[in-house]
Design a protein around this ligand. Structure first.
Ligand code: ADP
Ligand code: MG
Length: 210
């Protein structure tokens, strides 16, 4: 049901976006609001996408993919936002890493969500450390550590609840979707955080799906 409704919302949204872009091209001198309108339409779109994902029962088509490439892609997507906020990212890969069975589009979504959260936790800049390695149990371990605002102990249980956000522009859906995707991959996600010190998110994924 949620998926069907999502679909119905996306269609009119895409024509709205198309016409807004057209207006912007036609009246380039009066377009102060057009970029904002387009940005806000994109935002509705991404909320609807998240809701659709959560509403749909998922059968994943597992394929082999390189975790290095997935992480590199996520870094390219988030790079601009990081630069704007003076956030640097260090990636430590303890290779060689075997390819993992996954839906690479979904894993990209996971790491985009986690990386964005790390960047958003450091409005005054800082460093993010990403570490990737294979555990003794032959699981892929990916950790993302920031030096940001951290999460207060009394809020840690709310994290991942639908619409729980502490951000002015947040949706509170990112971690929910992230949790769902990791669960669909039979993986685990854990969060360790200290207020004003930073947050470390660890993702553990099976390399082979049976
Ligand atoms: P959103 O980013 O839209 O707020 P999320 O589901 O991604 O939604 O995150 C929910 C909340 O969890 C955030 O609003 C924030 O309070 C907290 N959070 C998540 N990741 C971090 C992090 N790396 N550092 C500090 N707080 C975080
Ligand atoms: Mg988020």
């Amino acid at each position: 049901m949620a998926a069907a409704i999502g679909h119905e919302i996306r269609n009119p949204l895409s024509s709205l976006k198309g016409f807004t872009q057209l207006q912007q091209e036609r009246y380039p001198n009066t377009n102060d609001f057009y970029p904002i309108m387009i940005q806000e339409i994109d935002r509705i779109n991404s909320i609807v996408n998240d809701l659709m994902y959560l509403g749909k029962p998922k059968v994943i088509e597992f394929e082999k993919a390189s975790i290095e490439e997935i992480i590199a892609y996520t870094l390219s997507i988030t790079q601009q936002q990081a630069e704007r906020q003076s956030v640097t990212v260090e990636t430590i890969i303890e290779g060689p890493l075997s390819p993992i069975d996954c839906d690479d589009k979904q894993l990209k979504q996971v790491f985009i969500n986690l990386l964005k959260n790390a960047i958003e936790a450091m409005p005054k800049g800082g460093k993010i450390k990403i570490q990737v390695k294979v555990s003794k149990e032959r699981k892929m371990l990916i950790s993302i550590e920031d030096e940001g605002c951290g999460i207060a102990e009394e809020n840690i249980l709310n994290i991942g609840e639908p619409f729980y956000t502490t951000k002015k522009d947040g949706t509170g859906l990112g971690l929910m979707v992230t949790n769902q995707i990791i669960k669909d991959h039979k993986g685990e996600l854990s969060i360790h955080s200290r207020l004003e010190k930073g947050t470390k998110v660890e993702v553990e994924l099976p390399i082979n799906q049976k």
